[in-house]
Design a protein around this ligand. Structure first.
Ligand SMILES: Cc1cc2nc3c(=O)[nH]c(=O)nc-3n(C[C@H](O)[C@H](O)[C@H](O)COP(=O)(O)OP(=O)(O)OC[C@H]3O[C@@H](n4cnc5c(N)ncnc54)[C@H](O)[C@@H]3O)c2cc1C
Length: 376
């Protein structure tokens, strides 16, 4: 016997969890995750920073809306998920101008040194500051989505890898682990595996590409001040920020990979430590932990959200690249509205029209202008 749901979401990272909590209570919904733990892959490996000036215009708009939604939720939580942490870009004038956009404001060299006194003064000539940036308690956010979803009746199952899916009548018949499901809508929120899930389902893949990115927590002789910004090189050669008494560092690499449980490669962290010990006076003395995650992107770098025009009832929620947390609540709001409005809406329908959830039209328009229904 198959369990029947209106919507079945494949993937329990930030994308799937944000959507299940947005849909729960409005329809019958289940989420299946291949691993024993939710958020095991990329969603537990991020730098936990939400940067309004980061990414293409549509990502910046999704970030603005996500911050609004998260701030509203924070007002109801005993401990907020968001905490102010500005973001500073350093480099040459040319590189900072090229990278910094939106609400990133130029600051003087002296102001940059005051904000981050461990920088070696002649390692940069220009800086920009996004003071509307936030740190994000990612584990608490994932846990909150799960708790809200389950409290509203959603079914969440771990250790259940989707191994088969086929169109059946007006819906989908899906095999996950030992279980069988039927659902009117199947959502593909499988991160680096999104193309694989499409293939399993007989849907043409989109050519999503996972890219490796490594990070580490290191011990330092000279800790960063408590409210220091996250600092990133405009040429994308590193970033770092305070993490308790230690420092989180990343070489900002983007190396193509297949979908896998990515792990750091020998030398990645050591080379970065050597570089940071040249451009800062942090005095990195040891590596506490290191990890690698996969940032998965469509060819145009724009997040993928929408029904597949050639596969009725198949909804893509993927390609969040390095912005999966900062776009998550807005993406879930939009996806939930479109799913609730019904697949009948088609590519030309106004996003959210007829949906009870009613995402902010400015955000919906921004996404609709770039991609709403998936057409090849
Ligand atoms: C080093 C690093 C730093 C980052 N920093 C930031 C940051 O500061 N801010 C930010 O916004 N973003 C950041 N990101 C990006 C962010 O982490 C990702 O965009 C986000 O986590 C992607 O979430 P997801 O749910 O799409 O993917 P995932 O978290 O990978 O979730 C997909 C899930 O699908 C499951 N799955 C796959 N196949 C199946 C199947 N067949 N059946 C069932 N389940 C399946 C997987 O097991 C996985 O758990 C960073 C990423 C990295 C690597």
């Amino acid at each position: 016997m198959s369990a029947h749901y209106d919507v079945l979401i494949v993937g329990g990272g930030i994308a799937g969890l944000s959507l299940v909590s947005a849909l729960a209570g409005k329809c019958t919904v289940a989420l299946v995750e291949a691993e024993q733990e939710l958020g095991y892959h990329t969603s537990s490996r991020s730098a936990r920073q939400l940067i309004p000036s980061y990414g293409p215009a549509v990502v910046q708009e999704l970030t603005r809306r996500t911050l609004q939604l998260m701030a509203a939720r924070d007002a109801e939580l005993p401990r907020p998920v968001l905490s102010p942490r500005s973001f500073m870009l350093i480099g040459t004038e040319e590189s900072v101008l090229a990278e910094g956009s939106g609400q990133m404001k130029p600051i003087t060299h002296a102001e940059a040194m005051e904000l981050c006194p461990v920088l070696v003064p002649d390692s940069f000539t220009a800086a920009g500051l996004d003071s509307g940036s936030f740190g994000c308690d990612a584990p608490a956010l994932l846990a909150d989505h799960r708790a809200r979803a389950e409290a509203a009746g959603a079914h969440i199952m771990t250790g259940a890898r989707v191994h088969s899916a086929q169109r059946l009548g007006s819906g989908w018949q899906i095999g996950a682990g030992q279980e069988a499901f039927e659902a009117a809508v199947m959502v593909n929120a499988a991160g680096a595996w999104a193309d694989e899930v499409a293939v399993i389902s007989g849907v043409e893949k989109l050519g999503l590409q996972p890219y490796r990115r490594t990070a580490a927590i290191v011990d330092v002789e000279r800790p960063l001040p408590e409210h220091s910004p996250m600092v990133a090189a405009a040429d994308q050669s590193f970033y770092f920020r305070r993490e308790g008494q230690g420092v989180l560092i990343s070489p900002s690499e983007a190396v193509p990979s297949g979908p896998e449980d990515a792990q750091p490669r020998p030398g990645d962290v050591e080379q970065l430590v050597a570089k940071l010990n040249q451009v800062t006076t942090l005095g990195i003395s040891g590596v506490r932990s290191a990890w690698t995650g996969l940032r998965t992107e469509a060819a145009d770098g724009i997040p993928v959200a929408g029904f597949d025009a050639e596969a009725p009832g198949f909804y893509w929620l993927a390609g969040q690249s390095g912005y999966g947390f900062q776009t998550s609540s807005a993406m879930a709001e939009l996806a939930a509205a479109q799913i609730l409005a019904g697949q009948g809406a088609g590519p030309d329908a106004a996003p959210g029209s007829g949906a009870g959830a009613g995402p902010e039209s400015r955000t919906a328009e921004a996404l609709a202008a770039t991609r709403w229904s998936i057409r090849r």
